[in-house]
Design a protein around this ligand. Structure first.
Ligand code: PGA
Length: 251
């Protein structure tokens, strides 16, 4: 059996942070150096801070990622940012298909798939987000929704060095609600099975993160669930102490 992939705790700052927020990143760096954790750490600030933050993490056990990219490398797409540009600014990863992008920017699975492919072309790891709505969960349609999203948005090459999946139930994001460990295990096991069917060698190695109201108080329980290989953290990633408190689940 393949050994479990090294976990990742990733912070999604969303549309939060000004240059002064570098102080919070410095605290994360200091904390990670002072008490090492057995997981990778990634901070995804708004794109305006990418270059600044990438410079700050030089030599530190923290990497920098972005929150979205365009599917094309360049061109007449006013206001958009390509994966190549993110890489050039110092990002090593990019979130694609976050439910807020799907909701507010009407991104489809087809769009998300193109973005994941663009990330790989640029040499970025794509963190591909999927998750059901509250209505879908209540209707017992969670796994059907997850399967549709995977079928529609997974890139052809299931490369464990280029792809990470984040399971984020839409109803758990920013609400303080989380699924039970049993429900998380069911969905993560389902995703793992689908990935392994897609590629028997890399499927077991692709990291599957859980996201949605992860906090220092629930991280240990959630991270202990089989096939949970880390967390994608929103609100709690804005405070160094909370972000490090979540990563401490891997100490
Ligand atoms: P949350 O957000 O941790 O604030 O619930 C998670 C996310 O949107 O990635």
């Amino acid at each position: 059996m393949a050994s479990a992939p090294r976990p990742l705790v990733a912070g999604n700052w969303k549309m939060n942070g000004l240059r002064a927020s570098r102080a919070e990143l410095e605290k994360i760096i200091q904390g990670a150096k002072a008490s090492p954790v057995a997981c990778d750490l990634l901070v995804c600030p708004p794109v305006t801070l990418l270059e600044n933050f990438a410079a700050a993490v030089q030599g530190a056990p923290v990497s920098i990622g972005a929150q979205d990219c365009h599917a094309q490398a360049s061109g007449a797409f006013t206001g958009d940012i390509s994966a190549e540009m993110l890489k050039d600014a110092g990002a090593s990863a990019v979130i694609v298909g976050h439910s807020e992008r799907r909701m507010y920017h009407k991104e489809s699975d087809v769009d998300v798939r193109a973005k994941a492919a663009a990330a790989a072309r640029a040499g970025l790891v794509a963190i591909l987000c999927i998750g059901e709505t509250q209505e879908e969960r209540q209707a017992g349609a969670t796994l059907a929704r997850i399967e549709r999203q995977l079928d529609g948005s997974l890139p052809d090459s299931l490369d464990d060095q280029q792809l990470i999946i984040a399971y984020e139930p839409v109803w758990a994001i920013g609400t303080g609600l989380t699924p039970t460990a049993k429900d998380v295990a069911e969905v993560h096991g389902f995703i793992r099975e689908r990935l392994t069917r897609g590629n028997a060698r890399t499927g077991p190695l692709i990291r599957i993160l859980y996201g949605g109201s992860v906090k220092p108080t629930n991280a240990r329980e959630l991270m202990a669930v089989p096939d949970v290989n880390g967390a994608l953290v929103g609100g709690a990633s804005l405070k160094a102490e909370e972000f490090l408190g979540i990563a401490a689940a891997y100490r």
